[in-house]
Design a protein around this ligand. Structure first.
Ligand code: FMN
Length: 369
């Protein structure tokens, strides 16, 4: 056999064998991932125990909250009947979130899960935010009668569903419940379901997304948090696993290449247009003051909305581009007519499929002291 032909056949054989090995291993890792996700996204089996066991259970519920890039930027300190939540600043995303707004909103999301889970353990959570240099959230508990609310039941079912929905409208009565759930002192919301406003919002999302896709630092930071296969997602226990948003998986060495080919400005903008047009509505969360305390409030307000949406059988996902890109956020504030107030978060909602759940790190990595 001629040398070149031999090398070609050997090369094809090598790639085929590599592909087959990846396929078999990936199937194994995917089922391992699914089993682990099922354990993580479940309710506790008992709702009593020592103070320490109950506090740990509440932290577990906290970690099921939404959080930016799934960085899980939180640390928990457990007391006898108290939990202190502080930011894990080693998990910042300085490009997309230079002032840590999303990081503190994520701590707010975790706080809200604790508030609802605590009732199921017969505890009332009293939350206070220490607006000092550590910016910690202190939660003290006092006994009440046990109540397993609908929002509590929804905690392990909630997810950010980052795919196309089915275009079905949401009934007025349910829209009212959604709006009510998000209410809080210091936070206001604007909810849109009409085509005209949804198309205007879509244009802001496309404008923000275009700016982000052209920003090398943004792409570099995002890639650091993408997990291209189950094995990598399991190893890290955090980040954005491609399969959870319906994207293909790939070996790490190929992931970068696929990302560069598929993750183009045009493809991403088309995707967002389709996703927003398939949604039933969009809600903006706007805080009265632009400080840590209010960012945490905005996170809490979103998480309550998300739990209520989940309880109603609705899916939701963030479309934060217009609030993340400074030149777009100023125009977006004009459109919402909110003066110099800041739009914290922007979320679409509607009816859609259940997707694979995201990973979480083990409790011993987030409980300190
Ligand atoms: C403050 C904040 C900002 C977020 N921003 C975005 C975003 O701009 N785009 C997006 O697709 N998801 C965004 N997310 C959703 C996270 O990616 C998601 O919560 C995380 O991957 C964990 O997944 P889960 O919510 O399904 O558990 C954000 C979440 C939070 C709390």
């Amino acid at each position: 056999m001629k040398r070149r032909k031999f090398i070609t056949i050997a090369g094809i054989g090598f790639v085929a064998a590599g592909g087959a090995t990846y396929f078999i291993n990936n199937n194994y890792q995917m089922s391992k991932y699914e089993n682990q996700a099922a354990t993580i996204w479940s309710h506790s089996t008992k709702f009593s125990g020592s103070d320490n066991e109950v506090m740990k259970d509440l932290v577990r519920y906290a970690t099921l909250a939404a959080n930016s890039h799934n960085t899980q930027p939180w640390l928990f300190k457990i007391g006898r009947r108290s939990i202190i939540i502080s930011p894990d600043l080693s998990r910042r995303c300085p490009v997309v979130d230079p002032d840590d707004h999303h990081l503190y909103a994520s701590l707010g999301c975790a706080t809200e899960n604790i508030v609802h889970a605590a009732k199921a353990f017969g505890l009332k959570a009293n939350v206070s935010v220490q607006n000092n240099s550590n910016n910690v959230i202190e939660i003290n508990f006092e006994p009440i009668s046990i109540e397993k609310t609908k929002l509590f039941q929804a905690i392990p079912k909630r997810q950010c569903t980052k795919v196309t929905y089915n275009g079905k409208k949401v009934a007025a009565e349910e829209l009212k419940k959604l709006e009510m759930s998000a209410q809080d002192e210091g936070i206001s919301t604007q909810l849109f379901t009409d085509k005209k406003n949804m198309e205007t919002i879509l244009n802001y999302v496309v404008e923000g997304n275009t700016a982000q896709m052209r920003d090398e630092a943004f792409i570099k930071e995002l890639k650091e948090w993408i997990r291209f296969n189950a094995s990598s997602a399991l190893k890290h226990g955090d980040g954005l696993f491609s399969a959870t948003s319906g994207n293909p998986t790939a070996p790490n060495w190929l992931g970068d290449l696929i990302f560069n080919m598929a993750f183009t400005e045009e493809a991403e903008n088309d995707k967002y247009m389709e996703q927003i047009r398939s949604s039933a509505g969009v809600i903006a969360f706007i805080s009265e003051q632009d400080n840590v305390e209010h960012w945490i409030k905005a996170g809490r307000s979103y998480q309550r909305f998300a739990l209520q949406a989940t309880a109603l059988g609705l899916k939701h996902a963030f479309i934060n581009q217009p609030v993340e890109v400074p030149q777009v956020s100023a125009q977006f504030a004009d459109y919402l007519n909110i003066g110099d107030r800041r739009t914290d978060l922007l979320v679409r909602f509607g009816y859609g499929p259940e997707m694979l759940k995201t990973m979480r790190r083990p409790l011993d990595q987030v409980i300190v002291g």
